[in-house]
Design a protein around this ligand. Structure first.
Ligand code: ZN
Length: 243
C-alpha cells in the first residue's frame, strides 16, 4: 500500500488502515507525515511502530528545523512551529533521520516532490515530462501536490491519469510493459483535488495492477482537534472542501 501526505490527520489515517485491512502487507509513504493537522505524535508513532518506509517530505523537514520557514505561507509556518513544539524528542529525531527520496523499493521508487527536488510540484504534464530522464525505474510514486492520479509516458507522448471519480471508491490501472509511470496516491490527510475523502493506492507488483482508492472519514473530528489545538482555522475548513 502506498500513502502520501498524511499531515498529522489521525482520523483519515485510521480510516485508510481500516479500509485497506487485509489487502496489503507492506506500507510505504511518499512523505509529509506531519504538518497542518493536530496529531503529529500519533501519526509518527504509528509509522515507527509499523516500520513504514517513509521518504522525507518538505513538511517533515521544515517541522524539525531542517529548513528555514521563509518560503512557507503564514498558515503553514504557524502549523510547522506548533508541530515542532508538540512532537516528542523521539519523534523529532525520527523525522530528522528520514531518508531523502527517491528511495528504491523492489522494482519501483518512492519520492516526495520530484526526483530532483522534494519541494517541486509535478502538476502539469510539461513539468512531469521534464523529470522523466531522472527516473530510474519505469514506475515511481510521488506526492506533494495532494492530487490523486499522475502521468503515463508512452512512445507517442504523455497523458494525465485522472483521480478516482467522486461517485466511485476505486479505480484500477493495469500497468503496460513499455510505458513509464509517475503515480500519485493522493493525500491521506489533506486532499486538494476537490474530493475531501482520504486517498491512497494499492499496488500488486506481480500482477502489475494498481488500484487508486478513496475513503470517507470523520472530517469533523479532525477539524475539532485542529481548532482545539489553536491551529489556524483555515486548516480545518479546507479539509471539508478538499482544497
Ligand atoms: Zn504535503
Amino acid at each position: 500500500m502506498i500513502l502520501s501526505d498524511i499531515h498529522s490527520n489521525w482520523e483519515a489515517l485510521q480510516a485508510v488502515l481500516r479500509h485497506s485491512r487485509g489487502a496489503h502487507d507492506t506500507v510505504l509513504c511518499c512523505g509529509d507525515l506531519v504538518g497542518y493537522g493536530a496529531d503529529p505524535n500519533r501519526v509518527v508513532d504509528w509509522a515507527r511502530q509499523n516500520q513504514v518506509l517513509v521518504v522525507r517530505g518538505n513538511h517533515d523537514k521544515s517541522c524539525v528545523g531542517l529548513d528555514d520557514l521563509e518560503w512557507f505561507n503564514p498558515v503553514a509556518r504557524s502549523a510547522a512551529l506548533w508541530t515542532e513544539r508538540t512532537l516528542t524528542p523521539e519523534n523529532l529525531s525520527y523525522l530528522r533521520n528520514l531518508p531523502k527520496g527517491p528511495v528504491s523499493v523492489e522494482s519501483f521508487q518512492i519520492l516526495h516532490g520530484s526526483p530532483l527536488d522534494e519541494d517541486e510540484y509535478l502538476v502539469s504534464t510539461l513539468a512531469a515530462s521534464q523529470v522523466t530522464a531522472y527516473l530510474e525505474t519505469s514506475l515511481s510514486f510521488f506526492g506533494h501536490t495532494h492530487v490523486q492520479g499522475g502521468f503515463v509516458f508512452r512512445q507517442n507522448g504523455v497523458r494525465r491519469i485522472e483521480q478516482t471519480a467522486a461517485d466511485l471508491e476505486s479505480q484500477v490501472l493495469e500497468l503496460e510493459e513499455d510505458a513509464l509511470y509517475l503515480i500519485n496516491p493522493g493525500s491521506v490527510g489533506q486532499p486538494r483535488d476537490a474530493d475531501p475523502r482520504a486517498a491512497y493506492v494499492l499496488y500488486q507488483p506481480q500482477q502489475r495492477r494498481l488500484e487508486f482508492r478513496r475513503v470517507s472519514y470523520p472530517i469533523e473530528k479532525a477539524q475539532a482537534k485542529i481548532l482545539k489545538a489553536g491551529l489556524p482555522e483555515l486548516l480545518a475548513a479546507r479539509l471539508a472542501a478538499g482544497t
